[in-house]
Design a protein around this ligand. Structure first.
Ligand code: GLC
Ligand code: CA
Length: 729
């Protein structure tokens, strides 16, 4: 088999340190808690973990506001604890990659404290400081989290730039000293032995130094309102182009690719280190060897519906865009988006849907990134008490709902909770013990535990149960590890006209070995013609068919059946000519229903079902129906469109927005002259094409599509005084 690098073979597992396991009983996850669960991860088959930020932070953005890049947050432990975790992970062949936040620091970082202290401080130019214009900010750029991208600092009478919260000032990457300081951070951790980095918000590192005003035809609040009300795909496409226009001077500037090349050269000197970017833009692969090793397939994660056609189209497009030598990377969730089961579950076939999602991750070509808890079917927890919200984004959206859309308090809280990210960051559910075994009884976990841990959504119960989702993950990961075609084989779509079933080959040209993957993504039976003139032996099945042999002329799949088959090695020639690589190379188009066979069919032989030895499942007996891709209030699919809304009378932000989140003595400041003129008239000319996407970042979901826009109402009393976060409505 082609020799693969470790990060091409490994199943990655993302850990949100605060929520994984609390070893010292303070209700907050910590490094020691992670270390104590390495056996669990090893048994699961995980070979690499990505740690979300573990650095000291004032936690405005829950760690993505770093106050010291070369240390460990005290509540998570010490550098010594980190070394112990790294060593123990390595001893188990588990690599560790860290979250690297390059774009911005915390405003509490000493660099920024020095930078803001005086205009002539040597670190002044480490951040982006500018004079105001016409009594307001330097230009009309927005922060992706709302409000102006500029914060006035009365100490020195200038504005600083922040793409995210104002407590996250952007570093000035055009200053070589900044690059050197950050590269020292990279070396610090690589010298300690870490195996790579996930690059946070990589597209936001540079912005246009000329600071041209953006010329989107609407204001950001108007845009949010329209996005929120958009019901159809075409409208979302249109709005997405407007959003791209709005942020065009702040995102994905060409300079970032030079930086990526430098960073790649730096890490190459350390050997087999991996860089994965928080972006879906394939341009970050560079020429396939000189920028990032991995770029997330976020379009698949964000698909509003998961159907065979959607997956096939996604693979066709993504794989065709890969430069030579580049390696794909798939994920179904992370700390910024709804959990996969909350997104796609229909309440009736959740177990089956969770298996399909897992099977996609573990059988499609590319490195899979799992998000902690998905292997036991954890779900979003929607907080109904505003005072429990931790993520400022959730509070922000609550405010937007209240003050821009006039949503009643209770409903605004729910919408805020759905928009915010606390929902997918709740504590890992280890057992039926109180607090799900995350922290000791009697201790309040930092975020509430999802109560479904008492209903089998926990590790201990699922370890006991041979048919559990956890058992499914373990079994499939093991098969993946020992099946070269599943690791390295090219993706060849088959039966491309099937609406119910996704069928593809993973095929290794070198030795002709292959693995046929078939999943019925519908709740009815599926019948697909493959016209492969050979036999297959079942390697993996949701229906206890392991070992059974079947002619690959056609497949009959029970509802939600997943099967992996090893085609007979006796006829590799026929497989080599089957289908086409999902790379846009249409040379060998896939056999279609009724297409001519390239060689005679194998003699009819009845399939011989056999009972496998591993934990298997009962065949499913659900009645046929319309398919499981029905809306479950996913934020990408409107379930209660409500009445079409009108734009707010004022295009401004709620008074007092953005709120002061922690000890910043500077009161929130509205641009002088109000927001008039912030919604320039449409500019003729083509807008950059892109697909609908989240409004604030490459991996984050957009505003909840379930939200119904309503006419603006007067801001509630108190809003003018800057009290947008009141807990009662
Ligand atoms: C990335 C992170 C997100 C964070 C943002 C700002 O998108 O995934 O959690 O809020 O960057 O650092
Ligand atoms: Ca702790």
């Amino acid at each position: 088999m082609t020799s693969l690098r470790w990060w091409q073979k490994a199943v990655f597992y993302q850990i949100y340190p605060r929520s994984f396991a609390d070893a010292n009983g303070d209700g907050i996850g910590d490094l020691e808690g992670i270390r104590r669960h390495l056996d669990y991860l090893q048994d699961l088959g995980v070979e690499a973990i990505w740690l979300c930020p573990h650095y000291p932070s004032p936690l405005v953005d829950w760690g993505y506001d770093v106050a010291d890049y070369m240390n460990v947050a005290p509540e998570y432990g010490t550098l010594e604890d980190f070394r112990r975790l790294l060593e123990d992970a390595h001893r188990r062949n588990i690599r560790v990659i860290l979250d690297l936040v390059l774009n911005h620091t915390s405003d509490q970082h000493p660099w920024f404290q020095e930078s803001r202290s005086r205009r002539d401080h040597p670190k002044r130019d480490w951040y982006i400081w500018r004079d105001g214009k016409d009594g307001g900010p330097p230009n009309n750029w927005y922060s992706i989290f709302g409000g102006s991208a500029w914060e006035y600092d009365p100490r020195t009478g200038q504005y600083y730039y922040h793409f995210f919260f104002k407590e996250q000032p952007d570093l000035n990457w055009r200053n070589p000293a900044v690059k050197q300081a950050m590269f020292d951070v990279v070396r610090f951790w690589l010298d300690m032995g870490v195996d790579g980095f996930r690059l946070d918000a990589v597209g936001t590192i540079f912005e246009d130094p000329a600071l041209p005003d953006q010329t989107a035809p609407m204001s950001y609040p108007e845009w949010l309102k329209a996005w929120n009300a958009a019901t159809d795909e075409a409208e979302r496409e249109r709005l997405w182009r407007i959003r791209q226009e709005m942020f065009r001077y702040q995102e994905d500037l060409p300079e970032v690719h030079d930086l990526m090349r430098e960073l790649r050269a730096l890490v190459n000197a350390y050997g087999d280190v991996v860089l994965v970017g928080e972006t879906e833009d394939l341009a970050y692969y560079g020429n396939g060897e000189d920028e990032l090793h991995l770029v997330f397939n976020f379009p698949l994660m964000k698909a509003p519906r998961l159907t065979p056609a959607v997956v096939r189209a996604n693979q066709r497009e993504r794989l065709a865009g890969l430069p030579p030598g580049a390696w794909p990377c798939n994920t179904m969730g992370n700390h910024d988006v709804s959990r996969v089961l909350s997104r796609y579950g229909d309440g009736r076939h959740d177990r089956e849907i969770a298996r399909i999602a897992a099977a996609l991750m573990l059988t499609l070509w590319g490195t899979p990134f799992l998000y902690y808890g998905e292997e036991i079917g954890m779900r979003d927890l929607i907080l109904t008490d505003l005072s429990l919200f931790k993520d400022p984004l959730g509070r922000w959206w609550y405010t937007v709902e209240r003050e821009l859309f006039g949503t009643p308090h209770e409903e605004a809280v729910i919408r805020g909770a759905r928009f915010g990210r606390d929902k997918c960051r709740t504590p890992m559910q280890w057992s039926r013990a109180s607090n799900a075994g995350f922290c000791p009884p009697g201790v309040a976990p930092w975020l509430p535990v999802h109560p479904n841990y008492q209903e089998g959504v926990n590790v201990a119960d699922q370890l006991e149960e041979p048919d559990s989702l956890l058992a499914f993950y373990r079994r499939l990961i093991r098969l993946r590890q020992r099946t070269p075609a599943l690791l390295a084989g090219e993706y060849v779509p088959l039966a491309e006209d099937s609406e119910e079933a996704l069928v593809f080959l993973r095929r290794l040209r070198e030795d002709g070995s292959a693995c046929l993957v078939a999943m019925n993504m519908s709740e009815g039976p599926a019948h697909v013609r493959l016209d492969l003139p050979t036999w297959g032996r079942c390697l993996f099945s949701t229906h206890r068919k392991e070992g059974a042999e079947e002619a690959l002329r056609e497949l009959r799949l029970a509802p939600f059946e997943i099967t992996l088959m090893e085609p007979s090695p006796n006829d590799p020639g026929s497989l080599l000519s089957a289908g086409s690589r999902g790379s846009g190379d249409r040379a060998g188009s896939p056999p279609r229903r009724g297409s001519r066979r390239t060689s005679p069919p194998p003699p009819a032989r009845p399939a011989r079902p056999s009972r496998g030895s591993q934990g298997l499942t009962e065949p499913l007996r659900d009645p046929p129906g319309r398919g499981w891709t029905t809306c479950r209030c996913s934020r990408w699919r409107r379930c209660d469109p409500g009445p079409p809304g009108s734009l707010p009378a004022s295009d401004g932000w709620p008074a007092g927005w953005p709120p002061t989140i922690h000890g910043d003595p500077v009161p929130p400041r509205r641009p002088a002259g109000g927001t008039a003129g912030w919604a320039p008239s449409p500019r003729p000319g083509a807008l950059p094409a892109s697909r609908p996407d989240p409004p604030w970042g490459p991996s984050s979901p957009g505003p909840p599509s379930g939200s119904s826009a309503r006419p603006a109402s007067r801001p509630p009393p108190g809003a003018e005084e800057g009290l947008p976060l009141r807990t009662s409505g």
